[in-house]
Design a protein around this ligand. Structure first.
Ligand SMILES: [Zn+2]
Length: 218
């Protein structure tokens, strides 16, 4: 299979459609090799990659995977763009029910869930939307839920040096729901707590009671 010039241009546009990218994870594999690999997968599955419905599938799969892993090419600095402010408050800041779409690194299947992120400032705050953007950046990588949770907590900790950080993620893993144990409705909860949230049970309980609800992903 060879790609037309317009197809290659389109792929180049996809690569360029994520501004503010760093190139810390440069790959030596070409777009065409990736597309060929998906084509090989389809053949291995007994499919005919040349039939009408699948004609553009390898290209689409590569495009989708690049989008879903575009967080590898983002950095906190670029994402925040200086949106850290001085503020004399020590009240808990909580953003709950942040939609999370990630991909498990074992099966490259979706992890769907919600994140709740809280911190207690120590002179510095960030724009609330940036908290969701931080979650998104780490979610758009191949992940395990535990690491995703820890990375978000570490990022907030590193950026703001707050008095405490707490992150809880509740998610359902399609690799469990659609295959393997096939348990629709099962979900996994992970948490990472630092500072006062780790040291002070009362603060932690306040956070937990603020985020308590019945998760429902269906
Ligand atoms: Zn998995």
């Amino acid at each position: 299979m060879t790609l037309s010039k317009s197809e290659l241009t389109e792929i180049e546009q996809i690569k360029n459609s994520f501004p503010n990218l760093t190139t810390e994870h440069k790959s030596s594999v070409s777009q065409e090799e990736m597309i060929q690999a998906v084509r090989t997968l389809l053949l291995g599955l007994g499919e005919d990659p040349d039939r009408e419905g699948l004609k553009d599938t390898p290209k689409r799969v590569v495009k989708a995977l690049q989008f879903l892993t575009s967080g590898y090419h983002q950095s906190l600095d670029e994402l925040l763009n200086g949106a850290v402010f001085h503020e004399d408050t020590d009240e808990m800041v909580l953003v709950r029910d942040i939609d999370l779409f990630s991909s498990c690194e074992h099966h490259i299947l979706p992890i769907l869930g919600r994140a709740h992120v809280a911190y207690i400032p120590n002179g510095k705050v960030i724009g609330l939307s940036k908290i969701a953007r931080i979650c998104e950046m780490y979610a758009r990588r191949l992940q395990v839920q535990e690491r995703l949770t820890a990375q978000i907590a570490d990022a907030i900790q590193g950026l703001l040096k707050p008095k405490g950080v707490a992150v809880v993620i509740e998610a359902t893993h399609m690799c469990m729901v659609m295959r393997g144990v096939q348990k629709p409705g099962s979900w996994t909860s992970t948490s990472a707590v630092k500072g006062v949230f780790a040291e002070d049970a009362k603060t932690r309980q306040e956070f937990m009671s603020l985020i308590r609800h019945n998760p429902n992903f269906h």
